[in-house]
Ligand binder design. Sequence first.
Ligand code: DC
Length: 203
Amino acid sequence: MIIAVDGPAAAGKGTIARALAQHFGYHFLDTGSLYRMVGLSLLRDGKTPHDEAAAVENARSLDVSRFCDADLRTEAVGAAASIVAVNPQVRAALLDFQRVFAQQSPGAVLDGRDIGTVVCPDADAKLYITASPEVRARRRQAELGAASYGDVLADIRARDARDSTRATAPLVAAADAVVIDTSDMDIDQAVAAAIAVVGRAAG
Ligand code: DC
């Protein structure tokens, strides 16, 4: 059983995907962390995320045991991840790991941008989790504490634009994805809606 959960930044897809994995007893992979690891490694090496040769080399030699680094979650690393993710060779280097992960028994939930379209086009259930940029910015601002709402909204819009307009595996809902707009939902409602969709596919 493969569950694909895609959507833009701060729409709630990570929380929903984790809750789905727990509810159904499936493995869980936050695929954004892979791109974040590449971005973080470059920043730590004093390199720009626009250094394509370094990004590709990094993606090819990724050490997934460093998955738990707290710095992975920062906005700077998220932006760097979005930049390295434009490169098709970086994406290709990360593809096998994701596909092998998805094959695990009894099932796997993967969240990202291109799971239902590219990584697992034959997934048993596909969810596209979205919310308005304003709602996402407000949620992200609450998470971050001090940052100004205007700055967070601008970052979200920039990330949406880069993730949606890149040539390789852009952020887009798969034709057969069920879209859940969480703008007017709290997290419990969003998780319940997602469980209902996956339950129908599993049943
Ligand atoms: O989901 P996230 O915020 O951790 O993702 C960080 C960036 O990684 C995102 O802006 C684009 C990229 N990404 C991607 O291109 N494809 C994925 N499957 C997951 C993330």
